[in-house]
Write a protein that binds this ligand. Structure first.
Ligand code: SF4
Length: 388
């Protein structure tokens, strides 16, 4: 056997041993489960609190960086397979408008997409969104768009992610980990810098309900991002909306409406056949309302499909009947390869917004962000090759 062949055999054996080793990710576990993990190592609960601080506030990437733990404990934890497993940013695409799109590595060699918008997206303003003179190094309204699944099963006809189909659900650690990976890259201090989270990336959060809500609780209780700074968008998964209404901690809700009647919505979002608009609005209305709760209605404008003045009038009627406090966010459709819609004309967008406002519906136009890097709404798909 040559030296080279021998070396290959040794490497193969090492790889086989590494593959057999069961790893146990810590990032993503709530305090209760971290307490159980340290108990396994014969440790008291205060070690779990130290670990939670290291994972969710200090954002360590290795157990060796948990400086409040003695070296022996770090080694013991590693020896039984525990590892941090914070998702890592594998690739960055930067837009001319400052938006960054990331491919973030998760387990199984897969990647997921997350977007950083340093200046928000111009959609529904926050309650306290008054213009202020802030020091320039502090972002006024940065937003992170987070994915909940790899791919998506919902099949909205205007969306590039739909083309992937569903590959798998993300875990709570992979959902919250996207946020922490981006905060870390951007040098954000939670509590000092204002950060909004929108769960509007790849996937339908309510089809991965438990992991999504676990991630939300983790982000609120351990990372300390208030739920009032989070919005989840659903395509209209009725059982998910009903469960969501009962949660003690929950983000704001956005419904991806995208049409003024069921017929048009069915052609754009086939899921409407299962849960028509009226049922969705009734479920949202039945949710226990918190002070200052507002529902966002996302409306992707598709040229000639749902952007006519009669559609605007139907939206007004629909929302009047629903009698829900809320806003409409108009999103000019972002083109993607292989999708046969056209963008609405600028004057049609303007006319649509003016008509809704005249009809008493608060309406904002969401600025497209990162279109040149396929980071804009509905464009998330692993387009590494094409964007590069
Ligand atoms: S718009 Fe959202 S729910 Fe619809 S296919 Fe795309 S990712 Fe899925």
């Amino acid at each position: 056997m040559t030296g080279e062949e021998n070396l290959v055999q040794v490497l193969d054996a090492q790889m086989a041993r590494a593959a057999q080793r069961v790893t146990r990710p810590l990032f993503g576990l709530p305090l209760q489960q971290l307490t159980a993990a340290v108990a396994e190592l014969g440790q008291k609960p205060y070690r779990a609190r130290q670990l939670a601080q290291a994972l969710y506030r200090d954002w360590v990437e290795n157990l060796a960086d948990v400086t409040t733990w003695p070296k022996k404990l770090q080694i013991d934890a590693e020896s039984v397979g525990f590892e941090v497993n914070l998702p890592r940013i594998a690739q960055v695409f930067t837009s001319v408008d400052g938006t960054e799109r990331y491919l973030i590595s998760v387990s199984g060699g897969q990647t997921v997409e997350t977007v950083w918008m340093p200046d928000g997206d111009g959609g529904v303003p926050d309650e306290d969104d008054e213009p202020t003179m802030r020091p320039p190094q502090i972002y006024r309204r940065a937003t992170i768009c987070v994915s909940s699944q790899i791919g998506c099963a919902v099949n909205c006809q205007f969306c590039l992610t739909a083309k992937l189909g569903i590959e798998r659900n993300l875990t709570a650690g992979e959902i919250a980990g996207q946020v922490v990976a981006v905060l870390k890259r951007q040098g954000i201090k939670v509590g000092r810098d204002r950060i909004n989270l929108v769960f509007m990336g790849m996937g339908e959060p309510f089809l991965n309900y438990d992991a999504f809500m676990d991630a939300v609780r983790l982000l609120v209780t351990e990372v300390h991002i208030p739920e009032s700074r989070m919005t989840v968008s659903t395509s209209g998964i009725l059982p998910g909306i009903e469960r969501f209404g009962m949660e003690a901690i929950r983000p704001k809700l956005a419904l991806s409406l995208n049409a003024s009647n069921n017929e048009v919505r069915e052609s754009v979002m086939p899921i409407t056949r299962k849960w028509p608009i009226e049922q969705l609005l009734a479920a949202i209305k039945a949710m226990p309302r918190r002070p200052r709760d507002r529902v966002t209605f996302e409306y992707v404008l598709l040229g000639g499909v749902n952007d006519r003045i009669e559609h605007a009038d139907e939206v007004i009627q629909l929302l009047r009947r629903a009698n829900l406090p809320g806003y409409v966010n108009l999103i000019v459709w972002n083109p993607g390869p292989g999708i046969a819609y056209r963008q609405p004309e600028p004057e049609d967008v303007d006319r649509f917004q003016k008509r809704l406002i005249a009809g008493g519906v608060a309406t904002f136009i969401r600025r497209p962000r990162g279109r040149d890097i396929y980071a804009a709404c509905g464009q998330l798909k692993k387009t590494a090759g094409s964007a590069a």
